[in-house]
Design a protein around this ligand. Structure first.
Ligand code: ZN
Length: 82
């Protein structure tokens, strides 16, 4: 005896809706979903998104790992000269 639950599967990775398209004097009016910005120019809306809402690339800290000739990681440590 099994219970069957129906879970509607929403498409994974569906694109974020950036704007809605309305009408303004028979012209398509692009309304930003994230802010009150709206424009009649689709390209301008895309540009607006790139400027304002586009996810900023995360700064990656790249720490180069030095290895010696044996492949052992080198750690910076104080050495006693003496
Ligand atoms: Zn916006």
């Amino acid at each position: 005896m099994t219970e069957q639950t129906e879970t509607p599967r929403t498409g994974l990775g569906s694109p974020v809706q950036r704007y809605t398209v309305g009408k303004w004097h028979d012209l398509p009016n692009y309304q930003c979903t994230q802010c009150p910005f709206s424009t009649l120019d689709k390209a301008e809306m895309e540009e607006h998104w790139q400027k304002v809402h586009a996810p900023k690339p995360k700064p990656r800290r790249v720490v180069p790992q030095l290895v010696d000739r044996f492949g052992n990681p080198l750690t910076v440590e104080e050495t006693d000269d003496g």
